[in-house]
Write a protein that binds this ligand. Structure first.
Ligand code: COA
Length: 378
């Protein structure tokens, strides 16, 4: 790792190597060499999940058997359901997923018969149920849903569990695209957190739990929820323009804008913005999309900041009837693929990740016995 004393937050520092994805430039993101534009235009989520986790685009036969395997892994154990019933309704769904992942790691630990690939498939398949069993139980007066559906893939399975009915083809398509865009992103904060944990050689669930914690914050995955809260404040484009200018004057952060890696645009935004527009047109929305565009314009005019994936994901999800607290957990449902690929890659060529630090505390001090202590810094 190259270091410079002036760099905060490891910005600009190359902290390792990966063959899983490459991000950079204004419009470039590739998963294992393939452009996200091609993947989002041509694939279902499972095709991309397979590519990321298993390293190559699946043949039709590989894809069919992968999807079939995932369908058999959707239901969650009764003991996990009992734990989910104990989690209060006011809990954040990200905390629910963190707990559920950890508890599943107790029920179905990693061992010879259940390796990291098996655990990855299990989590990809079971996250919709882990999230939505709790959601319906806690929000709908103790309603216990059936966690199995006959949906083809993760996208329509999730929407079916959430809404209790088969989604429209348009919603399924949008959900697939969104899951593809969120699946992987090089050494982002949650992936790097998980790689650090993996480097100490724990079980496979531990880095996933840590990564969920890192993803939860509004500077990372939590930005899609925060973006929705902002967009919803305004009823017209004019109001949004005025409101955001005021926020910038007060030096407030506008969630869903800016990025550590991209300088002038987030390539994923190009795709998700089209989805938001298509959905807005289909649903007859005359507020969310114009308000979002107004915010985008102010941010570019005033700060030269551009929307990242989280910004238009917010209205895309909202227009599909997805409650805002579930936005970041959807990120988990998808990013589990990228995380898993990174943790497996880390295990394949492991070295403990343990950087150094510049010490800024006091010099050597004489020990102070209890009766001489003042309670103040020396
Ligand atoms: N709203 C307002 N100002 C922003 C901003 C935002 N979303 N993002 C960056 N800026 C400003 C910073 O305040 C800073 O201004 P300054 O130089 O006057 O202090 C400047 O742009 C550089 O930002 P910085 O925070 O140093 O960049 P970073 O690389 O450390 O941060 C993010 C990257 C993503 C954390 C940051 O852009 C951000 O907080 N965005 C909002 C949260 C978000 O959308 N996260 C999801 C990322 S995919």
């Amino acid at each position: 790792m190259t270091t410079t004393k002036k760099t905060g937050g490891l910005a600009g520092i190359v902290a390792g190597q990966t063959a899983i994805s490459s991000a950079g430039g204004a419009h470039e993101l590739r998963y294992r060499g393939y452009s996200i534009y091609d993947l989002a235009a041509n694939c279902c989520f499972e095709e991309v999940a397979y590519l990321i986790v298993y390293g190559h685009l699946p043949t039709q036969q590989e894809l069919d058997s992968y999807k079939k395997r995932l369908r058999t892994l959707r239901d969650i154990p009764d003991d996990l359901k009992s734990v989910l019933e104990l989690v209060p309704a006011y809990a954040h769904p990200m905390d629910v997923l963190r707990t559920a992942t950890s508890f599943l790691g107790n029920l179905e630990p990693e061992q010879d018969a259940r390796d990291h690939y098996a655990i990855t498939d299990r989590l990809v398949a079971a996250y919709p149920a882990m999230l939505l069993y709790w959601w319906h139980f806690s929000q709908n007066g103790g309603k216990r849903i059936t966690c199995v559906t006959d949906a083809d893939g993760v996208a329509d399975h999730f929407l079916t569990l959430l809404h209790g009915k088969k989604p429209s083809p348009l919603f399924t398509k949008m959900m697939n695209i969104s899951l593809i865009l969120y699946a992987e992103h090089e050494f982002n904060a949650s992936t790097f957190t998980g790689r650090v944990i993996t480097s100490t050689l724990p079980d496979f669930y531990s880095p996933v739990v840590g990564a969920i914690g890192a993803l939860r914050g509004p500077l990372h995955g939590g930005a899609n929820e925060a973006a929705m809260e902002l967009i919803e404040k305004f009823e017209t484009a004019k109001e949004a323009d005025k409101g955001v200018r005021g926020m910038l004057e007060r030096k407030e952060l506008i969630m869903g804008f800016g990025h550590r890696v991209y300088t002038t645009a987030d390539p994923r935004n190009i795709v998700i913005k089209k989805c938001a527009k298509e959905l807005a047109d289909a649903m007859g929305d005359t507020t969310l999309y114009p308000v979002s565009e107004a915010i985008e314009k102010v941010m570019w005019d005033e700060k030269k900041l551009f929307p990242n994936l989280d910004f238009y994901s917010a209205s895309t999800y909202h227009l599909m009837g997805i409650p805002t607290p579930l936005f970041t957990p959807i990120f988990v449902m998808s990013r589990i693929t990228g995380w898993a690929a990174h943790f497996i890659e880390q295990r394949g060529n492991n070295k403990l990740i343990r950087p150094g630090a510049d010490y800024t505390g006091p010099g050597a001090l004489d020990f102070v016995p209890m009766d001489k202590r003042t309670g103040k810094v020396a």
